[in-house]
Write a protein that binds this ligand. Structure first.
Ligand SMILES: Cc1cc2nc3c(=O)[nH]c(=O)nc-3n(C[C@H](O)[C@H](O)[C@H](O)COP(=O)(O)OP(=O)(O)OC[C@H]3O[C@@H](n4cnc5c(N)ncnc54)[C@H](O)[C@@H]3O)c2cc1C
Length: 390
């Protein structure tokens, strides 16, 4: 049974609106009812639980901030963040599916797409009838996506797409892919590639020890004829995919807090119940140090992230602020998983408790959407004006 109780040490709830709390609580209840009972098994089997797609759509996890007329929930950025927090409290893989769908597929169609594209795809993505994926990373270009070699050639009636992407969340079962490719002038363009187009395949990546409940794969393009109406017309260049990543990284910053909360809450409860040397281990100073530091770090993360949400609602959040918050929160969460696991002793490594699963998941979260190093370099560049990437 999922006994989760969310820590709120500095009464952050008092800064949330009624709508924020309503959205957060609805997602929390849905995660308790639908995700917690099945997630351990899905991870052990390394399967994405596809039956959750409908429920994810119903809690507004697909396009929370997309306008109502395109099928979105038209919520603000704090509600979006709170949904991501609650989903990742359940599992980072479930949050990843929602992040990709919202910020890496719906966002670019909404921001850079034509009216026809928005009407065609957004409502179906919002209901989960369509699932999307986002193809930026290539085998030889991860942290340096600008070097990509996937390319399009103008063939008059259509674009001919060639190349390959790897590490693509949801690719094995996605209906559409937002693909970033260079045109003949070397300019990065976004395209909507549909499953079923000739020459397009999506082999699954096996053997992951992390994000096991999320399906990951490649995107392979062998002379794929992409209709011209499938190009995203309103933004190109590296800034276009990076704009999507800003939105997704913001959601990850919230999500990581969810994973940290779940580990803290589990460890706190366990420490009160576990008796060694005739008393609860919660009464031992060494264990209290761990728990006290965890709640301190969670509280700090909650507040910078809430503030980032306020800035984002006002359209004032910078890429560098988002990087700092993603980097801080994922590292914070990963450290908490390691401390919490120790509090549970041997039980900490089992699937009886969520801690080891969160820990393994966060090893992907600290690397994807910009590695821990890359986010530090973004902060470094922002504060010094000096580019240390190369
Ligand atoms: C489970 C999972 C899901 C993913 N989902 C997606 C997805 O849906 N779509 C997508 O496009 N991508 C996705 N990714 C890819 C992810 O974004 C990349 O793995 C990430 O950007 C890092 O690229 P890389 O793995 O090639 O590492 P590399 O770029 O090769 O980095 C290797 C190491 O070198 C360091 N490094 C690189 N450059 C520098 C530098 N300039 N200075 C100092 N250190 C540096 C890095 O920090 C890292 O430690 C996913 C990855 C994983 C693991």
């Amino acid at each position: 049974m999922d006994l989760f109780q969310a820590p709120d040490y500095f009464k952050l709830d008092e800064l949330l609106s009624e709508e924020h709390k309503l959205v957060r609580n609805a997602t929390r209840e849905w995660v308790k009812k639908e995700v917690s009972p099945i997630i351990e098994d899905a991870c052990q089997k390394a399967e994405f639980p596809k039956h959750l797609i409908k429920g994810l759509a119903e809690v507004g996890a697909f396009g929370p901030y997309i306008p109502l007329n395109y099928g979105g929930a038209e919520l603000d950025q704090i509600s979006y963040g709170l949904i991501m927090q609650e989903l990742e409290r359940g599992d980072s893989g479930i949050r990843s599916t929602a992040s990709v769908q919202s910020s890496l597929v719906m966002y670019p169609i909404w921001k850079y797409g034509s009216e026809q594209q928005k009407k065609k795809y957004l409502p179906k993505l919002a209901t989960g009838e369509f699932i999307g994926c986002f193809g930026l990373t290539e085998p030889d270009f991860g942290s340096n996506p600008g070097g990509m070699v996937t390319n399009i050639k103008d063939e008059g009636d259509f674009f001919l797409l060639n190349g390959a992407k790897m590490w693509i969340s949801n690719s094995p079962f996605a209906d559409i892919a937002i693909v970033w490719a260079k045109n003949e002038e070397g300019r990065i363009k976004g395209l909507i590639v549909e499953r079923g187009m000739e020459g397009f395949s999506t082999p699954e990546t096996h053997g992951k020890w992390s994000l096991r409940a999320s399906s990951t794969g490649e995107l392979v393009f062998d002379n794929v004829k992409v209709p011209k109406e499938n190009i995203l017309p309103n933004k190109d260049g590296l800034g276009a995919p990076l704009g999507c990543l800003d939105s997704a990284r913001y959601g990850i910053a919230w999500g990581a807090i969810g994973a940290a909360m779940d580990c803290y809450d589990t460890a706190l409860r366990y420490s009160k119940e576990r008796i060694q040397f005739g008393k609860p281990i919660a009464s031992l100073q060494l264990q209290q140090k761990k728990l006290a530091e965890m709640i301190t770090e969670i509280t700090k993360a909650q507040f910078i992230t809430w503030r980032l949400g306020v800035l984002k609602n006002e359209d004032r959040a910078t890429t560098a602020q988002i990087s700092m918050c993603k980097r801080n929160n994922v590292e914070m969460a990963l450290k908490i998983t390691r401390e919490a696991r120790q509090i549970l002793g041997g039980m900490g490594i089992t699937g009886e408790y969520p801690i080891m699963r969160h820990m393994m998941n966060l090893e992907s979260v600290i690397t994807y959407e910009g590695t821990h190093d890359i986010h530090l370099l973004i902060t470094g560049l922002d504060i010094t004006g000096q580019n240390a990437f190369k």
